[in-house]
Ligand binder design. Sequence first.
Ligand SMILES: NC(=O)c1ccc[n+]([C@@H]2O[C@H](COP(=O)([O-])OP(=O)(O)OC[C@H]3O[C@@H](n4cnc5c(N)ncnc54)[C@H](OP(=O)(O)O)[C@@H]3O)[C@@H](O)[C@H]2O)c1
Length: 357
Amino acid sequence: MQSPAPAHPIHAQHQVHVREVTLGLLGCGSVGSAILELLERRRQTFADMGVRIQVAGVLVRDASRPRDVPRGTPLTDDPSFLNKCAVVIEVMGGTERPLELLRPYLCSGRPVITANKALLAECWDDLRPFALAGQLYYEASVMAGTPVIGPMSTVLRASTFQRFQAVVNGTCNFILTRMEQGLDYPEALAEAQALGYAEDPPTLDVGGFDSAHKLAVLARFCADGRFPFQAVSVQGIEHLTQPDIQAAAARGERYKLVAELMRTADGKEDSWEGWQAKVHPLSLPGDHALCSTAGSRNAMLFEGDECGPLLFAGGGAGGMVTASAVVGDLLDWLIGFPGHVPLHGPEEGLGAETNCG
Ligand SMILES: NC(=O)c1ccc[n+]([C@@H]2O[C@H](COP(=O)([O-])OP(=O)(O)OC[C@H]3O[C@@H](n4cnc5c(N)ncnc54)[C@H](OP(=O)(O)O)[C@@H]3O)[C@@H](O)[C@H]2O)c1
């Protein structure tokens, strides 16, 4: 009689203890639903790390609405599941409500991953102590799945930062491209809205405020960790006309909505602590690196003395593109990397007081 096969030696030696990690998700729109799908796709990656992700709750406004999410997803309009979560992902948007939900959670010392640049830009006084403590992960908040915050918060600090110029809003890209094809601004905007590329009202995008949110988030890695959103001067694309676009084309140039941060002389108008931060429509030579962006693609030209000019380009919007950065942050936290720590003085930094009182 044949004896039973011995246990596979590798399996016998590597009995992995599986740790269950409870995760809470705030929001289940384009990004939240893609995160749930990606958590399923990466199940083996988590298992290889000895982790099983257990989704404890998914917060939405209307839990009865049918959605395209994995079977058994615990949708709810009651955020009390946050109490039992080891980690929370916030992709609900807005500022007041997410801050109200996250503050007590952060005060308990637990980590938050967010794609919400408006929250980061506008509520920085509240969030900065937690970012300094390494509890905040937010790669997805700028350029979605194209990693810029990771390099800026780590290796690029070895270089003396001089300037960046970035195209970080796909809606404006779309409208400007359609204007180059002959549409007037109102026609191009109406088309963007009909296709679901622009919100109604569209001010956040076309007024430049979404780009300004992203610029403020990045300035805290390149210029000053306290950089206030209010220090960004903002001009949108609403006043660009067909003659402006045509005159640029005649010069071999193209208009882009550019977010720009650079060193400036102290005391100069619009400057904050020796930095100038602005969002404005800029006519660029047609072969400029930022002109290669189209649709929701984003690009950034980063200049540091030692690293030289660097170009980052890639997807800047879309559910799964954004989810890839969010789940990347989750993997970083599981590995043990701290969150994205902004620039800070010697008395601050990892382990800083969070002042939760
Ligand atoms: N979409 C992108 O390409 C992208 C890229 C980068 C970053 N982001 C950021 O990611 C975040 C989410 O974007 P999104 O496009 O996924 O938004 P979305 O499609 O509008 O989804 C928002 C989700 O949050 C829920 N929600 C909103 N307010 C709520 C409240 N007060 N209470 C309970 N639930 C609430 C909504 O519930 P209901 O479904 O019941 O309405 C919905 O499920 C935003 O901060 C955005 O700036 C988005």
